[in-house]
Write a protein that binds this ligand. Structure first.
Ligand SMILES: Cc1cc2nc3c(=O)[nH]c(=O)nc-3n(C[C@H](O)[C@H](O)[C@H](O)COP(=O)(O)OP(=O)(O)OC[C@H]3O[C@@H](n4cnc5c(N)ncnc54)[C@H](O)[C@@H]3O)c2cc1C
Length: 498
C-alpha cells in the first residue's frame, strides 16, 4: 500500500478523492483504479485496524460482486460459509437459489477491510492516512479538498465515504431525513469472571446476545439499553447497568477492549450528489444493523458508482450518467431502511409483538414469501429500472458456464477488469459494435443450459446480453440488434468516429 503520510501533499491533484477508507471507500477506490482513474483516499485512521468487530459478514450478492472482480476467494478462504439471511432472526435459507454462492459468509469487518485494503494496495491507490478531510469548496471544474494537516488536494470529484456522521454530507448541505432512534444498544468485547448465559435472550425492547469470540476467552456483548441513550463512548457503568437490567448480574465484566453504542435511527441522504460531490455507503444511509445490510449495500453502492464516475471523469459519458447512480441506489437504500425498521419492530419481546413475530415466521416458511424475502435480504433480487422488456433487463447476470473459442469460461471472469461486455450467444460474428470496440468487450459464446433467476425461476434464453461493469444487464438481444446502439450510447457513451 502506498502510504503518503510522509510526502508533502500541498498541491497534489487527483481525478477523484475519496473521503474515508472504510469498506465503501476502499471498494470505490479499487473500482476506479481498475478503470485506470487517478484516485486517492483520505483516511482518518492511521492503519486499517478497527476497534471492535462491527459487521459480521457478507450476503450472497456481495460475494457475487467480489467474484465478478476475481477476489471472492480471498474472503471465502478466511470466513465461514453459512445461511445468514434472515428477517428479525427468522432464518431465510437460500441454498436452493440459482447462484454459485447460495449462502452468506461469516467474516468480521476488520478482516473484510484488511482484504479490501490489500487489494487497493495492489492497485497502487495512494492513501493519505492519519488526517481528516475538514472541508471543501467546489467550482465549475473541480473541488478543493482541505485536510487537517493544513494541506489540500484538488480533484474533479470528491466522494464522501466517511460514514454515518459524514462531514462531506453535512458540508454539501445535503439533508438527512428519516426516523430518530427508538432503541439504543451497547456493543462490547469484554471478559467475564462468571460463565455468562450464551446466546440470544429476548427482552421487551429487543434482542440481547452474548457470544464467544474467536480466542474463546472474550465475550461479544450486544445489549438493549433500558432507555434510549446517545453517544459513541458510553462509560463502563452503562454496560454494567444494562447487563444487570437484562440478566440480573454483570457476570463480573472486566477487561473491556471495546465498548460502543449504536441505535436504530434510520436516515437517508435526500440526494446522493451535489454537483461534484457524491455520497456512498453509511454517509448516504444509516439504519439498525438488524439484517446485516450496511456494509453490503455500501460495497454495492461503490460498484454501481465506480464505472460511471470513471467514464464521466474520462469524458466518454456525460455528467448525467451520474444521475443514474442516485436513481438506482437510492431506492435500494430506502428499502434497507424499511426492512431494518421492520426487523427492529419484530424483535421487540412484548406478547403482542411475539404473536406478530410468530405469524410472520409462519408466513416466511411458505416457499414464495421465503424466496422473495431471502432474495431481498441477500441482494439477489435487485432490478434497476432500465425500462420494460425481458426479465433479465436491469437484473444481475447469472454466472453461467460458457463455451467459448478458447474453452470454458464463467461469465463473472469476463468482468474482472470492470469493463462492459457484449456477450453474443447467437450466430458467431453477429452484432457489430465497432464504434464502441475500445470501450466494450465483445465475445461469441455458447450456453446450453437454462437461464434461471432467483425468485423468478426459468426465463427465456436471450441471444445476446450487454453486461455493465457492475454485472447488471443493460440490454437483452432476442434475435435482433434492436435497441443495442441506444443502450451502448446510454451506458457507455456516444459512438466513436471510425
Ligand atoms: C454493531 C454493528 C454491527 C453491524 N453489522 C453489520 C453486518 O452484519 N453486516 C453489514 O453489512 N453491516 C453491518 N454493520 C454496518 C457496517 O459496519 C457499516 O454499514 C459499514 O462500516 C459502512 O461502511 P462505510 O465504509 O460506508 O463507512 P465506515 O465503515 O463508517 O467508514 C468510514 C471511514 O471514514 C473515515 N472518516 C470519517 N470521517 C472522516 C473524515 N472527515 N476524513 C477522513 N476520514 C474520515 C473513518 O475513519 C472510516 O474509516 C454493523 C454496524 C454495527 C455498528
Amino acid at each position: 500500500m502506498h502510504d503518503e503520510s510522509a510526502r508533502s501533499v500541498a498541491t497534489t491533484s487527483h481525478a477523484v478523492v475519496i473521503a474515508g477508507g472504510g469498506p465503501t471507500g476502499l471498494m470505490l477506490a479499487a473500482e476506479l483504479a481498475l478503470s485506470r482513474v487517478d484516485v486517492a483516499i483520505v483516511e482518518r485512521r492511521t492503519s486499517q485496524d478497527l476497534a471492535g468487530s462491527r459487521a459480521g459478514g457478507l450476503h450472497s450478492r456481495t460475494i457475487e460482486v467480489l467474484d465478478q472482480r476475481g477476489i471472492a476467494d480471498r474472503f471465502l478462504s478466511q470466513g465461514r460459509i453459512a445461511q445468514v439471511a434472515g428477517l428479525a432472526l427468522i432464518p431465510l435459507d437460500i441454498s436452493d437459489f440459482p447462484t454459485r454462492h447460495n449462502y452468506g459468509l461469516g467474516l468480521w469487518q476488520n478482516r473484510i477491510e484488511q482484504i479490501l485494503a490489500d487489494w487497493v494496495g495492489e492497485l497502487a491507490v495512494p492513501i493519505y492516512r492519519g488526517r481528516d478531510v475538514t472541508g471543501f469548496a467546489q467550482d465549475d471544474t473541480g473541488v478543493d479538498v482541505e485536510l487537517s494537516d493544513g494541506s489540500s488536494l484538488r480533484a474533479k470529484y470528491l466522494v464522501g465515504c466517511d460514514g454515518g456522521r459524514s462531514l462531506i454530507r453535512k458540508k454539501a448541505g445535503i439533508d438527512f431525513p428519516g426516523w430518530d432512534a427508538s432503541t439504543s444498544y451497547l456493543i462490547a468485547e469484554v471478559e467475564m469472571t462468571a460463565e455468562p448465559e450464551w446466546g440470544i435472550r429476548h427482552g421487551d425492547r429487543g434482542v440481547n446476545g452474548l457470544g464467544k469470540l474467536e480466542d474463546g476467552k472474550r465475550v461479544r456483548v450486544v445489549l438493549v439499553e433500558p432507555d434510549v441513550r446517545q453517544g459513541d463512548e458510553p462509560p463502563l457503568s452503562d454496560l454494567r447497568e444494562a447487563l444487570i437490567a437484562v440478566y440480573g448480574t454483570d457476570f463480573g465484566v472486566h477487561n473491556v477492549r471495546w465498548l460502543s453504542r449504536f441505535t436504530d435511527a434510520a436516515r437517508q441522504a435526500a440526494s446522493y450528489r451535489e454537483r461534484r460531490v457524491l455520497l456512498a455507503g453509511d454517509a448516504a444511509h444509516v439504519h439498525s444493523p438488524a439484517g446485516g445490510q450496511g456494509l453490503n449495500i455500501g460495497i454495492q453502492d461503490a460498484v454501481n458508482l465506480g464505472w460511471k464516475l470513471a467514464q464521466v471523469v474520462r469524458g466518454t459519458s456525460p455528467e448525467s450518467l451520474l444521475d443514474t447512480y442516485q436513481a438506482e441506489r437510492h431506492p435500494i437504500g430506502a428499502r434497507v431502511l424499511k426492512s431494518s425498521m421492520a426487523a427492529t419492530a419484530l424483535n421487540r419481546g412484548d406478547e403482542r409483538t411475539k404473536a406478530l413475530h410468530e405469524t410472520v415466521s409462519e408466513l416466511l416458511k411458505l416457499d414464495e414469501p421465503r424466496k422473495r424475502y431471502a432474495a431481498r435480504m441477500s441482494g439477489l433480487d435487485i432490478q434497476y429500472d432500465l425500462g420494460s422488456g425481458h426479465p433479465l433487463l436491469g437484473r444481475r447476470i447469472p454466472d453461467l458456464d460458457l463455451v467459448t473459442e478458447d474453452g470454458p469460461r464463467r461469465v463473472f471472469t469476463l468482468l474482472h477488469d470492470a469493463r462492459p461486455v457484449l456477450l453474443n450467444l447467437g450466430e458467431p460474428g453477429a452484432l457489430d459494435i465497432a464504434p464502441w470496440a475500445e470501450r466494450v468487450k465483445r465475445l461469441d459464446a455458447r450456453y446450453a443450459g437454462v437461464w434461471e433467476l432467483p425468485v423468478l425461476g426459468v426465463v427465456a434464453a436471450p441471444t445476446a446480453v450487454l453486461i455493465r461493469p457492475d454485472g447488471y444487464v443493460a440490454w437483452v438481444g432476442e434475435g435482433t440488434d434492436q435497441g443495442l446502439c441506444d443502450a451502448l450510447t446510454t451506458w457507455f457513451g456516444a459512438p466513436s468516429n471510425p
